[in-house]
Ligand binder design. Structure first.
Ligand code: C2E
Ligand code: CA
Ligand code: CA
Length: 408
């Protein structure tokens, strides 16, 4: 909970008859009635229609605040009235962080309320004929909500029906062009939707408990793949697994990792767990979870460093083994001198703190060379290999044999 908005309670006192807002106004606040009473009304051809009279405890004006449109009715105080104001920020932040399906449904419900008020006006005025706009505005919202709900149930059966696939993107030691590990990335081949990118279905899985079976499937599949890589090539690359916020919040992930690692005979130091900086910000459990992982011997990687918050404080506060330099920096390296300076500073700082650096999103040979010159030891990106099927990953590994002295 963010308490910033509660540092000063905003209130407003009104005299009987005083206007609170007028139909068509921008909706900057919703109101809670602390004392007094409020009339909500609309006027049609100079005639006033009372829609409701509200008493202490009631909230009103929330419709325009949430959907960002203008007031659909007017409000005035009937008696001496005290109101508490709810600001747009208080509502916006919560809506943005809400479950996407709930958010969609909220807009659908609000849309229906808007339509109701339009119908009221139509019923009471022969000259009043909008309504089509309300309905056409609402249709995309309904179809988005329905589509998310459908996708969620499809994802549920996707695990069971084998529609999820894991692909493996090589991580290379830049100076020797050899593979040191792979990042496991999930793909969903939906019979009806085609290839759904993880940027679409992972957030959906994460806002439901589906992330737990998806995450467990990833762990099992990745460990099975490592065993096969080792059996076929005799090499022992590490695997990097992406861990979502929700997986940290639910108990049981570390137990599952420990059990499966034992089951497949994979040493824990070869299982790297990648978490986003955002997860550190959002999850109160992250510090304890990271400490547990460290004690169990799973190396930790800070993913996408350089995007979003990028607080140097995190590097100091949490002991990461690896830092992943985000592709947005890497892709600007050649054209942008300040990107070069930032990359160099991040690489030097990481080394000073005892972390290795993996540069992501290397698409050109020159980017890899520049990074290697700056002291960055490891990289991944389309220039070396796209995420590969297990068969292709094994071939790639055979062609890029790690050095016998092993680097991680
Ligand atoms: P990420 O962890 O940052 O993964 C790297 C993404 O960059 C991958 O996208 C990869 O295909 C892409 N990529 C690799 N090399 C290049 C390059 O040279 N250029 C460009 N432009 N892109 C490159 P992908 O596979 O679409 O995954 C997107 C994100 O979805 C991942 O970002 C990760 O956050 C999430 N994700 C994927 N699989 C999983 C999973 O199993 N579990 C969780 N929790 N998240 C996952
Ligand atoms: Ca990652
Ligand atoms: Ca990344």
């Amino acid at each position: 909970m963010d308490y910033r908005y509660y540092d000063r309670l905003r209130q407003r006192r009104l005299k009987p008859g005083e206007c609170i807002f007028t139909e068509g106004d921008r909706g900057d606040y919703a109101y809670i009635i602390d004392q007094g009473s409020v009339e909500i009304f609309t006027t049609l051809e100079d005639q006033l229609y009372v829609l409701s009279v509200l008493e202490p405890g009631a909230i009103f004006g929330e419709l325009a605040l949430v959907d960002g449109r203008t007031r659909s009715a007017s409000a005035r105080a009937l008696t001496d009235t005290l109101l508490t104001l709810v600001t747009r920020e208080q509502v916006d932040e919560r809506i943005q962080s809400a479950d996407p399906i709930l958010r969609m449904l909220l807009f659908v419900v609000l849309g229906y309320l808007r339509m109701e008020s339009t119908h009221f006006r139509r019923r009471n005025s022969p000259n009043f004929s909008i309504g089509l706009r309300e309905r056409t505005d609402l249709l995309p919202r309904i179809s988005q909500a329905v589509d998310l709900i459908r996708m969620e149930s499809e994802l549920q059966s996707a695990i069971r029906d084998g529609e999820l696939k894991l692909v493996y993107q090589p991580i290379l030691h830049l100076a020797s062009n050899t593979v040191v590990g792979f990042e496991a990335l999930t793909r969903w081949y939906s019979p009806s939707r085609g290839l759904v990118p993880p940027s679409i279905f992972m957030p959906l899985a994460e806002c439901t408990s589906l992330i737990i079976p998806v995450g467990e499937w990833v762990v099992k599949t990745a460990f099975e793949a490592m065993r096969q890589m080792e059996q076929v090539t005799g090499n022992t690359p590490f695997i990097s697994l992406n861990i979502a916020n929700r997986q940290i919040e639910e108990p049981g992930l570390t137990d599952y990792l420990v059990n499966q690692a034992q089951c497949y005979g994979i040493p824990r130091q070869r299982i790297k767990l990648e978490i986003l900086e955002r997860t550190l910000m959002d999850s109160q459990l992250a510090p304890r979870w990271m400490e547990e992982c460290r004690q169990l011997g799973f190396p930790l990687t800070l993913d996408d460093f350089g995007t979003g918050y990028s607080s140097l404080g995190y590097l100091n506060q949490y002991q990461f083994d690896t830092l992943k330099l985000d592709k947005s920096f890497v892709q600007e390296l050649e054209d942008n001198a300040s990107s070069r300076s930032i990359c160099k500073a991040i690489i030097d700082l990481s080394h000073a703190l005892g972390m290795t650096v993996v540069a992501e999103g290397i698409e050109q040979a020159t980017q890899g060379e520049l990074l290697a010159d700056m002291g960055c030891s490891y990289g991944q990106g389309y220039f070396y290999a796209k995420p590969l099927s297990l068969g292709q990953a094994i071939e790639f590994l055979q062609e890029h044999q790690p050095s016998p002295h092993g680097v991680s």
